[in-house]
Design a protein around this ligand. Sequence first.
Ligand SMILES: NC(=O)c1ccc[n+]([C@@H]2O[C@H](COP(=O)([O-])OP(=O)(O)OC[C@H]3O[C@@H](n4cnc5c(N)ncnc54)[C@H](O)[C@@H]3O)[C@@H](O)[C@H]2O)c1
Length: 421
Amino acid sequence: MSNLVVIGQGYVGLPMALRAAEAGHSVIGLDLNEGVVSQLNAGTSHIDDVTNDDLARGMAAGYTATLDPAVISNAEVVVVCVPTPLSEDGGPDLRAVEATGRVIGEHVRTGTLCILESTTYPGTTEEVFAPLVAKGGQELGKELFVAFSPERIDPGNQTYGVKNTPKVVGGLTTACTKKAAEFYASFIDTVISAKGAKEAEMAKLLENTFRHVNIALVNEMVRFSQDLDIDLWDAIDAAETKPFGYMAFRPGPGVGGHCIPVDPSYLSHRVKAKLGYAFRMVELAEEINHAAPRYVCERARDLLNDKRIAVRGSKILLVGVSYKANISDVRESPAIPIANTLEGWGAELSYFDPNVASWSSTRSSEKVSQLDQLDQRLAEFDLVILLQAHSEVDPEVITNGATMILDTRAVLPRNPKITRL
Ligand SMILES: NC(=O)c1ccc[n+]([C@@H]2O[C@H](COP(=O)([O-])OP(=O)(O)OC[C@H]3O[C@@H](n4cnc5c(N)ncnc54)[C@H](O)[C@@H]3O)[C@@H](O)[C@H]2O)c1
């Protein structure tokens, strides 16, 4: 078991740090956010999937959080889980990875294994991360070990967590891969060694691009299915009975979060920057998924129109404003462009989301008014739009209480007052 420092104590870094601590590693979580560090050391988790009990168990096993990068000098393993958002021009923003690489380079001791987990384009570990980490000129695979291991965490997933989600690793040398695989095998059930860091980086982007493209496929099909009077959900249910060669994806209000809308852009940016041509599948998927929130608004407008209600002045309730069900994360949520458009058209918006205490669109600085529970007030809305089927959303309550519903997730029973996307 090793002295481990996990840099970045967010959605990715905290669960893995606690799992490693419970498995017997001596773990320090390093972050630059003072609030996060003091909250963690006080025993309060800021991450949906980590309960205070999980944190307490990790702390009992020796986990602590710190702001002090000097802890790296005592580490045998350093794992980096810092954000990799998109920059203003749509390209990769690697500032946090670079800053972390520099800090590691200043403190790292000989023999340390340094693993990058942040999602990024193929080549980052070799071209950006390793030169900063090994700035002392250490020989990789002998004096320092550098690898990439994609993070596959699925927030809100009750079945797959850190321990039972297979982990891919790829090092800059065979010795780096071997050392990284041995490290993860100490607390993760299945570890897969890729050929190298680039292949491990590509595996992650392939997984998320696959998802992005397939969501776009059904989000495009739902539009013409509607015009052809075909129930696409029924067709998907039927197709799903094929036991091989098909995987079901279902239409929705658009993609959100910090992975699916972001990661494929890393790959297309890299292809364009390095090779000069477009990754057309990703560009098309982006165009279609980006247009999905607008399509929800157009369907909402049509439903109100059928009832001779103008959108301007209509009362609309958005149910579920996070980017997926049963989590509180609202980053890149399709609810935001939907709210922006409906507000722009003059609708009076409210929202219900038991996981999101306060929320606003980006169009207006005013908070959207919140319904604290689904009750008789449902009937006061001209339209209810179901965006995320949180477990607290009782299909019966919403079906009985609302006068008209646009169900973007197809989770409510078939009923004359409910329209699917
Ligand atoms: N959240 C997910 O579902 C998910 C899934 C797979 C992969 N990823 C990838 O994992 C990486 C981390 O994502 P996340 O969701 O955990 O982010 P997050 O924003 O939840 O957490 C990142 C943490 O890193 C800290 N940080 C930023 N810069 C730092 C620095 N220079 N030094 C120390 N700490 C620093 C921040 O204060 C924050 O606490 C990203 O590359 C993301 O794309 C995320």
